[in-house]
Write a protein that binds this ligand. Structure first.
Ligand SMILES: Cc1cc2nc3c(=O)[nH]c(=O)nc-3n(C[C@H](O)[C@H](O)[C@H](O)COP(=O)(O)OP(=O)(O)OC[C@H]3O[C@@H](n4cnc5c(N)ncnc54)[C@H](O)[C@@H]3O)c2cc1C
Ligand SMILES: *[C@@H]1O[C@H](CO)[C@@H](O)[C@H](O)[C@H]1NC(C)=O
Ligand SMILES: *[C@@H]1O[C@H](CO)[C@@H](O)[C@H](O)[C@H]1NC(C)=O
Ligand SMILES: *[C@@H]1O[C@H](CO)[C@@H](O)[C@H](O)[C@H]1NC(C)=O
Ligand SMILES: *[C@@H]1O[C@H](CO)[C@@H](O)[C@H](O)[C@H]1NC(C)=O
Ligand SMILES: *[C@@H]1O[C@H](CO)[C@@H](O)[C@H](O)[C@H]1NC(C)=O
Ligand SMILES: *[C@@H]1O[C@H](CO)[C@@H](O)[C@H](O)[C@H]1NC(C)=O
Ligand SMILES: *[C@@H]1O[C@H](CO)[C@@H](O)[C@H](O)[C@H]1NC(C)=O
Ligand SMILES: *[C@@H]1O[C@H](CO)[C@@H](O)[C@H](O)[C@H]1NC(C)=O
Ligand SMILES: *[C@@H]1O[C@H](CO)[C@@H](O)[C@H](O)[C@H]1NC(C)=O
Ligand SMILES: *[C@@H]1O[C@H](CO)[C@@H](O)[C@H](O)[C@H]1NC(C)=O
Ligand SMILES: *[C@@H]1O[C@H](CO)[C@@H](O)[C@H](O)[C@H]1NC(C)=O
Length: 597
């Protein structure tokens, strides 16, 4: 079903039973809508879907990538890593040489397809903590961002469904912390892993090392919890499948794919304040530019890399940076593209005494094919599950040797310092799986990083990739915390339930004994968790580095809101997507309230 590669007439036919996805701006029935949403990603589709519930509003969504429908790679939960980097589904970005990582550059993927990164991510569904949201409320002075205010939007987004194996999930989640009527399917693992009971046993033998947490999505994240994933009935649930596709038939909603927005343009002034309700787009760098207008608002949902890029291209950013590229400054907003935060990931592996890890799937084509056929036939089996069954979020003791001088970077006691993602196979984004042997992985993460990076322009050409500096490990606290995360993983794997099972650390970790060796291993091993955040942060009117106000209006102009992961001032202590769905639900509510008749 690759309609993008077919002639236009067939593209219309292919979609006619449902609705039309426009593949060329010349097909659009009009050039002015109430709302123009830039980016049909995780947040953009939530906003478009909710706004189009009101038949009085007309909405256009513009997406640079193509259709997600029928792409099996995106539907199979277990397959998420396999699709990584495919240029027809991703923005194939690369970071600048990272000074904290011995000058290494990192592949820096973002989804470029309907659903954005929610169509290509690893399905981990974690909301963050009560303290994360209360800190957003504190920093913005808007109680609407507090945990208690956001909790209804979290439930509104969600439809928690039974796992594919229909096992008894009592004791594996907190039923009152979930929604059951929202669009987005979430679920527990439906295929047991042989390592699951070992980690559960450690929570019983040493709960101070590894406490059990019934549900990390109920406000307090600390401890080991069963994984929750954005899937249902064995298939990925994304903002495209959950929010956009079901409403494509609405006559007040138009979706244009394969079209890149190149900048926002001024439509004049209101009381001396520039109004930016004009959107310029193009299909190729040299192609003709088309203009569409928003009568009410432009909603910028291009994600934390492309939203600041588009703002800078539109003359909203640091005046000095803009004039260096001869871009006229419309609003001097020095926070645009700054404050970048991302989670550094170290995928640590251990050689284990077992025959039943998932390593064979990557080595044995017959087995992989059997699992694929099982998934195709019944949407069950290993391919129906995401990449891990359990996840731990832990706090470190206030050891001055770790935190000395810097204080606690987390939002508070319900937020963790470290994450341990527990995998029953060899996981790595640097090294292929070894040809034999069985492995488990504990991927470690510095959850509240102190390092900061940036997004800047390489040129004034919108089709040139932006310059991405992830800033990994440029703050001295982050590497200390990462070292503690790895030591914590080692302590857990030394508990009795792993005796005789875990044989030895793999690779350079085996040699990393002293602190300086461990730190050298970390600088050579960090890759990204793909959680780039915070590049157009919200804040109070007094905060000159805040790009949007607490209702997500772009400061200094009329007619533009930013609704995506860029707006959070801090990373949540979590994988991002659940927070993105919740913030987009609140944003849709704010926009509906603003324009209510
Ligand atoms: C490989 C990978 C794995 C991940 N794993 C997880 C996970 O397991 N769990 C989790 O919670 N999070 C995960 N994340 C992160 C999470 O998916 C993102 O943080 C989140 O989806 C971001 O949502 P967003 O709406 O801000 O941006 P996106 O969902 O990225 O949406 C932005 C959209 O805008 C479009 N766009 C950009 N520029 C333009 C333009 N100029 N014109 C038109 N359209 C444009 C893009 O193509 C995209 O569709 C992962 C991310 C990646 C990339
Ligand atoms: C990339 O994705 C496209 C669209 O699904 C698919 O046709 C193609 O085979 C994929 N390429 C690779 C290398 O996997
Ligand atoms: C992705 O980017 C990398 C690094 O720049 C490059 O080597 C690779 O060829 C790119 N892949 C595609 C499919 O364009
Ligand atoms: C919010 O601010 C109040 C008052 O300054 C403070 O007591 C509280 O700890 C803050 N909470 C968070 C999560 O930052
Ligand atoms: C599920 O397990 C719980 C706890 O062991 C038990 O009380 C409950 O009866 C079980 N439910 C079903 C449907 O078997
Ligand atoms: C379950 O979640 C609800 C709603 O967040 C919360 O009030 C309750 O304390 C939680 N219960 C447990 C046992 O965690
Ligand atoms: C639990 O783990 C901690 C940290 O490794 C250790 O200090 C403590 O002795 C352990 N407790 C038990 C009961 O094993
Ligand atoms: C942007 O401006 C800042 C502050 O003036 C400066 O440090 C930085 O080098 C500039 N970056 C670019 C890419 O021009
Ligand atoms: C692995 O399988 C072989 C052959 O069945 C068996 O001899 C061996 O004991 C198994 N090892 C483990 C750790 O289960
Ligand atoms: C590969 O998997 C198939 C199917 O499960 C199995 O029959 C076969 O023995 C496996 N081959 C090897 C070399 O393990
Ligand atoms: C992998 O195979 C090689 C060559 O047969 C052997 O020397 C090595 O011990 C094996 N490693 C494991 C982990 O089984
Ligand atoms: C560990 O160190 C020893 C001695 O320096 C070296 O021979 C070996 O290659 C190292 N192993 C790894 C995996 O780096």
């Amino acid at each position: 079903m690759h309609i993008l590669k077919q002639p236009l007439s067939i593209a219309f036919l292919a979609q006619s039973a449902l609705a039309v996805l426009y593949t060329d701006s010349s097909q659009l029935p009009k050039s002015e809508y109430d709302f123009v949403v830039v980016g049909a990603g995780t947040a953009g589709n939530v906003v478009a879907s909710r706004l189009s519930e009101n038949p009085a509003f007309s909405i256009l969504v513009i997406e640079a990538g193509g259709d997600n429908a029928g792409i099996e790679e995106l539907e199979i939960p277990f397959n998420a890593p396999a699709a990584l980097g495919n240029a027809s589904l991703f923005w194939n970005y690369t970071t600048t040489p990272q000074i904290g990582l011995n000058g290494r550059t990192l592949a820096y993927q973002r989804g470029r397809v309907l659903g954005g990164s929610s169509s290509v991510n690893f399905l981990v569904f974690t909301r963050g903590s009560r303290d994360d949201f209360d800190r957003y409320a504190n920093v913005t002075g808007d109680d609407g961002w507090s945990w208690n205010s956001m909790f209804p939007f979290m439930l509104k987004a969600e439809n928690f469904v039974a796992p594919v194996d229909h096992h008894n999930t009592s004791g594996q989640f907190n039923a009152s912390a979930h929604g059951y009527r929202g669009p987005l399917l979430t679920t527990l693992p439906g295929f047991p892993s042989a390592i699951d009971p070992r980690f559960i046993a450690t929570t019983e033998t040493n709960s101070s090392l590894l406490p059990f947490n019934l549900d990390a999505n109920a406000g307090d994240t600390i401890g080991l919890s069963w994984m929750q994933s954005t899937a249902g009935h064995g298939v990925r649930s994304s903002s495209a499948t959950a929010y956009l596709q079901p409403v494509l038939h609405r006559p007040n909603l138009d979706v244009l794919i394969n079209a890149q927005v190149t900048r926002l343009l001024s439509t004049g002034d209101e009381n001396g304040i520039p109004v930016l309700r004009k959107v310029e787009l193009s299909q190729t760098s040299s192609g003709p530019r088309t203009i569409v207008r928003a009568k009410k608002e432009v909603i910028l949902s291009a994600g934390p890399v492309n939203t600041p890029q588009l703002l800078l291209l539109s003359g909203i950013g640091d005046r000095g940076n803009l004039s260096a590229l001869s871009i006229p400054t419309i609003v001097h907003s020095p926070g645009v593209g700054r404050n970048l935060q991302d989670h550094p990931l170290v995928a640590n592996q251990w050689f284990v005494n077992a025959n039943n890890t998932l390593d064979d799937i990557s080595r044995n084509a017959t087995l992989a094919n059997e699992l694929l056929e099982q998934w195709r036939a019944t949407k069950t089996g290993q391919y129906a599950d995401g990449p891990a069954n359990q996840i731990a979020w832990l706090r470190l003791p206030p050891d001055p040797a770790v935190f000395g001088g810097f204080g606690d970077p987390s939002a508070g006691p319900t937020s963790s310092h470290i994450e341990l993602l527990l995998g029953n196979s060899f996981a790595s984004f640097l090294e292929p799986p070894p040809p034999n042997g069985s492995y488990i992985s504990v991927s470690t993460n510095v959850v509240s990083p102190s390092s900061r990076g940036s997004i800047t322009l390489s040129s004034a050409d919108p089709f040139d990739f932006p310059v991405i500096d992830a800033g990994f490990l440029t703050h001295p606290l982050d590497i200390k915390i990462m070292a503690q995360a790895i030591r914590t993983a080692m302590a857990i794997l030394s508990t009795p339930s792993f005796q005789g099972f875990v044989l030895a650390p793999h690779g350079a970790l085996a040699n990393a004994t002293t602190t300086s060796e461990l730190e050298a291993y970390i600088r050579n091993s960090v890759t990204t968790f793909w959680h780039v955040c915070c590049t157009a942060k919200m804040g109070t009117s007094e905060d000159a580095t805040a790009v949007v106000d607490s209702e997500l209006n772009l400061k200094g102009v009329h007619g533009v809101r930013v609704v995506d992961f860029s707006v959070l001032p801090f990373l949540p202590a979590a994988h991002p997507q659940a927070a993105v769905y919740a913030l987009a639900e609140r944003a849709a509510h704010l926009i509906q309230s603003r324009w209510a008749a």
